[in-house]
Ligand binder design. Structure first.
Ligand code: OOG
Ligand code: MG
Length: 260
């Protein structure tokens, strides 16, 4: 399939993914019956799917990066970064329990979240420019829920599936990037009290702001007020009823999700 894939096909693939999400049912990868699906067409599927959400009354929250750390690339077997879109309906409060049966096979991962205070326009946006445009950084957890069977996908599949986006949580503490070095920000991840992984911010694209720069340069423009999830620092943790996952950061405090 070339990047000139027909609009009906893009529509059909977006519907397939939206149905899987609504029915909480994992589906075969799109490449199973469209082996030539390319990344550009996959982004068109993602855009249509997200636009339908907005047409249904949802609002834009921001963006997410995916596969920006080696830990994530190795865990998923895909080695290129990608981006997805976040809507306000995906945002959960920390106190709110996460009902696992409302999703297919959710996983949680720790992320550094940038709140942009200024519009950014690429190409040519640098780490320094991202930092100067960032109002603050928050501790985050992303809840992923791939719509594909066994959580397995190729790059075009996961791009079309809006980078497995399902839910997001952000902590209450917003810290200006001139108050700490996000590259050196330490993170301890606990599941059910046990430490399951540790990382520093540099796990993400050598500098989490570099992931944000990549996003701006690939989209061309990211608006002030956007929340940008810069990508998982570690491999994700599967969520089962009763699992509690906490990410604790050096300067940003901690954030917890409780699965029920
Ligand atoms: C794809 C999305 C990756 C991240 O932070 O690396 C992602 C997936 O792992 O399902 O959100
Ligand atoms: Mg993520």
């Amino acid at each position: 399939m070339s990047s000139t894939a027909s609009a009906p096909l893009v529509d059909e693939l977006a519907t397939r993914l939206a149905d899987a999400e609504r029915e909480r049912r994992a589906i075969p990868q799109l490449v199973a019956d469209h082996p030539d699906l390319d990344v550009q067409t996959a982004y068109a599927v993602q855009r249509i799917g997200f636009q339908r959400r907005l047409d249904g009354g949802d609002r834009v929250l921001g963006y997410k990066l995916g596969l920006t750390s080696r830990a994530k690339q190795e865990a998923m077997g895909v080695s290129d970064p990608l981006s997805g879109r976040l809507a306000t309906s995906m945002l959960m409060a920390e106190e709110e329990p996460l009902a696992v049966d409302g999703l297919i096979h959710p996983r949680a991962e720790p992320e550094l979240v940038f709140l942009l205070g200024e519009d950014l326009e690429g190409p040519g946006v640098s780490v320094a420019r991202v930092l100067s445009a960032t109002e603050g950084i928050l501790p985050g957890l992303e809840i992923l829920d791939s719509r594909y069977e066994d959580f397995k996908f190729t790059l075009p599949d996961v791009v079309a599936d809006n980078a497995s986006a399902a839910k997001v949580l952000v902590g209450g503490r917003l810290v200006s990037p001139d108050r700490f070095d996000s590259r050196l920000e330490g993170m301890v991840l606990r599941a059910g009290g046990d430490v399951v992984a540790t990382a520093a911010g540099a796990a993400v694209s050598s500098h989490p702001a570099a992931a944000v720069a990549w996003l701006v340069n690939s989209l061309g423009r990211v608006e002030a007020g956007s929340l940008v999830f810069s990508g998982g620092l570690t491999a994700p943790v599967p969520l089962r009823p009763g699992t509690t996952v906490t990410a604790e950061y050096t300067h940003l405090g901690s954030i917890t999700v409780r699965a029920v």
